[in-house]
Design a protein around this ligand. Structure first.
Ligand SMILES: Cc1ncc(COP(=O)(O)O)c(C=O)c1O
Length: 358
């Protein structure tokens, strides 16, 4: 039997949250609540849904490989040139394109730990080496990350807000960090949850894009725009970086329904604000209830909350909650990550978590 090379066979597979239907079948339960994958509980804008329905008529055609119309809309909205944008099958694909473009065997990529697990998997698949720098006070330790730069460093991933902790780095910290990173090292500012951020301390990464060459900003339609199932995200960088990344991109990597839906999702600011408001309200509610339960959590700038236990109980808590029909995400032995849901879902979560930690 053919064998995969060691750098592939040793990758620990990403374990996605199970689909609700599968879990319900396995456990013999119904009406369960999935708060495990940081999805938008309200779903996408009705305008996006209408665009999807209209797009069904053209499914026999290949999509527009350049995402022309979305590129036009975003270039105006973000005030960047159209050739500074690249689109992907989720922002995951942009991470992959960046790594395939810039990392060769033996090159290094610096990232925080814990952070988005996909970074290290993609780096390993490219035979690169991941340098994991522990979080400090649950946030990226940017000074420590900068101190790990060597002449082999090609990429530094900053998830801002970070997944799983929901924390951000401040403008001041980011300013200092940007000055320390030399030319020739690509900073990937992964902003999948950017639209949820409320802190006035949050840095505007476009300032760095204007001042610095080697930065790639990532955004997605999977989170606040509620289009996770369609898979579409994008990257913003200097045109020369986008040009190189385009060389390793499949010509039709974004499907036509995703393209059409994303354009309309961007137009519907009313829906976006509603989703954000519901998230803020849900977050405040959960903070209050978690405090009442005596549970420690990390204040979040995103649509999820990281809960930390004093003992190695996250597996047991997860299992107990699952049996009661609430799916969260265990994150190592002492923590779970909870996605903020609709109010009824949040209430059920609190009830079930309360029982599970007894
Ligand atoms: C930090 C971070 N980046 C990127 C993504 C990927 O999002 P997508 O590929 O759906 O755009 C996620 C999804 O969970 C994430 O948490």
């Amino acid at each position: 039997m053919i064998k995969a090379p060691e750098h592939i066979s040793s990758i620990k597979p990403y374990i996605p949250g199970k689909p609700v239907e599968e879990l319900e079948r396995e456990l013999g339960i119904s009406r369960s609540v999935k708060l495990a994958s940081n999805e938008n509980p309200m779903g996408p804008s009705p305008l996006a849904l209408k665009a999807i329905r209209n797009g069904l008529k053209l499914l026999n055609r290949y999509p527009d490989g350049s995402c022309y119309y979305l590129r036009e809309v975003l270039s105006g909205k973000l005030q960047v040139r159209p050739d500074q944008l690249i689109f992907g099958n989720g922002s995951n694909e942009i991470i992959e394109l960046a790594v395939r473009t810039y990392i060769r065997s033996g090159d290094e990529a610096i990232m925080a730990h814990p952070s988005f697990v996909v970074y290290s998997m993609i780096v390993q698949a490219a035979q690169g080496k991941s340098i994991a720098v522990p979080l400090k006070d649950w946030r990226h330790d940017l000074d420590a990350m900068a101190s790990r730069i060597t002449d082999k460093t090609r990429v530094i991933f900053i998830a801002n807000p970070n997944n799983p902790t929901g924390t951000i780095n401040t403008r001041e910290e980011m300013d200092r960090f940007m000055k320390k990173v030399p030319e020739g090292v690509l900073i990937v500012s992964d902003e999948a949850y950017h639209e949820y951020v409320e802190s006035p301390e949050y840095a505007d990464s476009f300032t760095y894009l204007r001042a610095k060459n080697d930065i790639l900003i990532l955004r997605t339609f999977s989170k606040i725009y509620g289009l996770a199932g369609l898979r579409i995200g994008y990257g913003i960088a200097q045109a020369s970086i986008i040009q190189e990344m385009n060389k390793v991109r499949q010509p039709f990597n974004v499907n036509s329904l995703a393209h059409a839906a994303a354009i309309e999702a961007l137009r519907d600011e009313i829906h976006l604000n509603k989703v954000k408001q519901i998230n803020t309200r849900g977050k405040k509610f959960l903070y209050g209830e978690l405090r009442k339960l005596g549970v420690t959590f990390i204040p979040s700038e995103a649509n999820f909350i990281y809960v930390v236990f004093r003992e190695h109980v996250s597996g047991r808590v997860y299992d107990e909650m699952l049996k009661q029909g609430v799916i969260v995400r265990p994150m190592g032995p002492t923590s779970i990550r909870i996605t903020i849901g609709l109010q009824a879902e949040n209430r059920k979560l609190v009830k079930v978590l309360g029982k599970a930690i007894k």
